[in-house]
Design a binder for this molecule. Structure first.
Ligand SMILES: Cc1cc2nc3c(=O)[nH]c(=O)nc-3n(C[C@H](O)[C@H](O)[C@H](O)COP(=O)(O)OP(=O)(O)OC[C@H]3O[C@@H](n4cnc5c(N)ncnc54)[C@H](O)[C@@H]3O)c2cc1C
Length: 277
């Protein structure tokens, strides 16, 4: 007899692992399908804001603005924290019950004509609900009919500067804007520079405008829900928010996963639209 998992989550990135952990704490049993053979922990630091905070200096006017995504004026002394991606993912994964994540399972891309059948992993699996945390090119988002993300035609270069005798920068994230450019830096005190990618060119995606982000017991979280340009520094933060809000909505709707998902989408859609705007 096939085991019925309560919820299947596709993708073991920040959104997938945080959502699994949050739902697990509400007593929901989860299985995570990840196409990679291990956690995709490449990349360097990911600045996380509480959510969120930063100093932005305009190079033309010299004015410095404090950006606060929380919606409250008083964000206290808490600044953004640079966390190593690997540490964040491993910490989330280590909190999960053993064998929660099934690696090397690629959820197949649904064909354009299969809108009425759910996307499936290569070997059949039964579950009561499906949450796509499978990133910007999400197959679950495609199945839901979300508009494909579009290239924003903005690009960025990230680099690493080493100060052999140390530096006096505070542990604060700084951004500089002006004349069509945006720059910034995140000071770290770390002597092992080999683990940071030294040079990287990124292309930025825009939010995929869509109205249908849940369908019965299928929904999406993280980049699959709201791809955003990484210069906002908010994709990871909002993926964590999705996890908490989805778990809260599901816990508040114990008799209907569908209603819980509907409440989550309603709350987060406007939240992320506001952040991106
Ligand atoms: C250069 C750069 C800098 C950034 N800086 C910041 C920052 O400062 N602060 C911030 O908050 N955010 C930042 N972000 C954004 C942040 O990294 C992302 O928003 C976040 O990682 C998205 O997490 P996710 O779990 O939704 O998606 P992903 O991290 O893309 O995870 C998706 C997972 O799903 C798996 N998967 C995909 N398809 C399938 C499939 N068909 N079957 C099974 N598994 C599948 C993938 O292998 C992957 O493990 C940055 C992004 C970039 C690129």
């Amino acid at each position: 007899m096939k085991v019925v998992h309560e919820v299947v989550i596709v993708g073991a990135g920040i959104a997938g692992l945080a959502t699994t952990l949050a739902l697990n704490k509400t007593g929901i049993q989860i299985i995570v399908l990840e196409k990679a053979h291990e956690l995709c922990a490449t990349g360097a630091a990911i600045p996380l804001s509480p959510n969120a905070w930063g100093h932005v200096t305009n190079l033309i006017t010299g004015a410095t603005q404090v950006i606060n995504f929380t919606g409250t004026i008083n964000s206290g002394d808490i600044g953004a924290r640079a966390v190593h991606r690997k540490v964040l993912l491993e910490t989330l994964a280590n909190e999960l019950p053993e064998n929660t994540i099934k690696f090397s399972i690629n959820m197949s891309r649904p064909s354009p004509t299969s809108r009425n059948s759910k996307p499936t992993p290569s070997s059949p699996l039964k579950s009561k609900a499906l949450i796509g945390c499978d990133g910007v090119h999400s197959v679950v988002a495609q199945w839901l009919g979300l508009t494909a993300p579009v290239l924003s035609n903005r690009s960025a270069i990230r680099g690493l500067a080493v100060f052999p005798s140390g530096h006096d920068f505070k542990h604060e994230v700084h951004q500089l804007v002006g004349d069509g450019i945006r720059a910034g830096f995140v000071p770290v005190n770390d002597t092992d520079v080999s683990k940071y990618s030294k040079f990287q060119l990124c292309c930025f995606f825009n939010l995929a405008a869509s109205t249908l982000t849940h369908n019965g017991v299928v929904t999406v979280a993280g980049d699959a829900f709201h791809p955003m340009t990484p210069d906002l520094g908010q994709g990871g933060c909002t993926a964590l928010e999705d996890a908490v809000v989805l778990a809260r909505c599901m816990a508040n709707s114990p008799d209907s996963m569908s209603s819980g998902m509907e409440m989550y989408v309603k709350e987060m859609r406007w939240r992320v639209a506001g952040i991106i705007t």
